[in-house]
Design a protein around this ligand. Structure first.
Ligand SMILES: [Ca+2]
Length: 509
């Protein structure tokens, strides 16, 4: 293959006034990457299924399974799923038998935080192990007209794992920059399949975003899902535009299973051993608008959110079944959580964060404390549960530790290694946590949480008052003063070490 080959990729109207100059991109390394991926994917996919050109097995012959000594990692990240929206987290109306089983075979974390109450900033934090204020400046949500993204020089979990030879795939919603320079394939992922931003961001710009409060109407017209003009991207190219959102949750799962099987560790005679893998599966639902495959559709709009979570649960079940079937269940960590709390204003098109206060967009607990189930049979103890604090920002250093990697990040990170806590061998090392929107709003230290909005101060004891109903600020002025000082001190460190987000004009091509 001529390694100097250049592909011309057209990127249809991504809306910004500056993007015209990027409509035609000469992507040297990106296209080579694509070519490499396609070639390696076709090569590595072939030995995985036993029926795909492999020698016929003889009776009694057991196919050799040689799981890699390096564990695999899967993060399943849903969008706007509330703290209560799993059976094991107390849902009164949603049935999630597969994730409940995952919890009974693993460990539930009940004080687990996303690092921001909205999409992009939450994802930047997960990927980099940093408070979003450190890596995404004051941006919290990226839009189709933006020319920015997570800086390509930031070290993501995928970048880090690649230093140890991991195969990496991102499937689902990315939302850290939709231009090729910022897509997952520029951030350590070998491949990408998904939508680049939220499923309600109409596209191209200028098209009217359907009005809020019309969700029952949208639910009543499932065959109009393509009204949303949401693109589906494979690697750096638009595959479908618009994508039919009825199909998306299942197609993400199909892609994820294909990736798992291609890296299952099954060795057939003469084949190169497969690599350990990292799969980041970020479902774009239950963010509104909600859609389901036709056979699961129920016209009652009050069933919309319930049915969508139950569909996600069934698809998570398919992932776990694949791991069991491929013999990977003893060598794979699966972490299921959500990017932020439920978007409460949409009523039955949104979830619940009970017993927490508020939801998406808020630094009350309902905005950022999310359901979290961790699973790694034989490594993470079954039937365990902890209310110790932990956060998505802790996953990068934790995964690094488990994989035996000393992460070389672009600068300081905020995450802590919670591996021993995950394995129930120690309490969580996280005793403090900062709550950011575009800027700092709260600090939690043990049971105490200080919330500061302008001159308005609130102090809660989360152990006694998980619903943040009693403001104790006047009763404990010394605690308020100490927490204010500590919050300012920690925030100043984050801001002093903040790094620029990626700008399209300066991003490497
Ligand atoms: Ca979200």
């Amino acid at each position: 293959m001529d390694i100097q080959t250049k592909l011309i990729i057209t990127w249809p109207d991504f809306t910004s006034k500056n993007s015209m100059k990027h409509l035609i991109l000469l992507l040297t390394h990106a296209s080579l990457f694509t070519i490499y991926y396609l070639a390696s994917a076709s090569a590595s996919a072939s030995p995985a299924p036993a029926d795909a050109g492999a020698p016929a097995k003889q009776a009694g012959e057991v196919q050799a399974l040689t799981p890699s000594p390096q564990p695999n990692f899967i993060i399943i990240f849903t969008d706007d799923q509330g703290y209560q929206d799993l059976g094991c987290f107390g849902s009164e109306d949603i049935k999630t038998p597969h994730i409940d089983r995952m919890a009974s075979e693993g460990r539930m974390l009940t004080s687990f935080y996303s690092a921001n109450p909205v999409c992009s900033a939450s994802r930047a934090a997960l990927m980099t192990g940093c408070y979003p204020r450190r890596v995404l400046e004051k941006k919290t949500v990226l839009f189709p007209q933006d020319d920015i993204g997570l800086h390509p020089e930031e070290t993501t979990i995928a970048d880090m794992l690649k230093t140890k030879g991991y195969a990496t795939a991102c499937v689902g919603k990315w939302h850290l920059g939709h231009h090729p320079e910022f897509l997952p394939t520029a951030q350590g992922f070998d491949s990408y399949f998904g939508i680049p931003y939220s499923n309600d961001m109409s596209h191209p710009a200028g098209a009217k975003r359907p009005a809020y409060g019309k969700w029952d109407l949208h639910w009543s017209k499932p065959d109009k899902s393509t009204d949303w003009k949401t693109p589906l991207i494979e690697n750096e190219k638009i595959l479908e535009h618009p994508v039919d959102q009825r199909t998306i949750t299942r197609r993400y799962t199909n892609k994820a299973i294909e990736f798992i099987k291609a890296n299952s560790g099954r060795e057939l005679a003469g084949q190169t051993p497969h690599r350990p893998f990292f799969l980041y599966l970020a479902h774009s639902m239950p963010h509104v608008p909600l859609y389901l495959p036709d056979e699961l559709y129920n016209p009652d709009p009050k069933r919309a959110y319930i049915s969508v979570i139950e569909h996600i649960d069934a698809e998570v079940g398919r992932i776990l079944d694949t791991l069991r079937k491929e013999g990977l269940d003893k060598n794979t960590y699966v972490i299921f959580t959500s990017d932020n709390g439920p978007w409460l204003r949409f009523e039955h098109h949104a979830g619940k964060a009970k017993p927490l206060r508020n939801g998406k967009g808020s630094t009350f607990e309902g905005g950022m404390r999310v359901p979290c189930v961790t699973w790694a049979p034989g490594r993470i103890p079954a039937n365990s549960k902890s209310s110790d604090m932990a956060s998505t920002i802790d996953l990068l250093p934790t995964i690094a530790s488990i994989a035996g990697i000393e992460p070389k990040t672009k600068g300081p990170i905020d995450g802590l290694n919670i591996a021993d806590f995950l394995h129930a061998k120690s309490p969580s090392p996280r005793t403090e946590f900062l709550y950011y929107t575009s800027q700092i709003q709260c600090i939690r230290q043990g049971a105490w949480k200080l919330r500061q909005q302008g001159e308005f101060t609130q102090l809660f004891n989360l152990t006694e008052d998980i619903g943040e109903s009693k403001n104790l600020a006047k009763k404990h002025p010394e605690k308020v003063a100490a927490l204010k000082t500590r919050m300012k001190e920690l925030d100043a460190k984050v801001i002093a070490g903040a790094r620029p987000l990626g700008q399209l004009a300066t991003a490497p091509k």
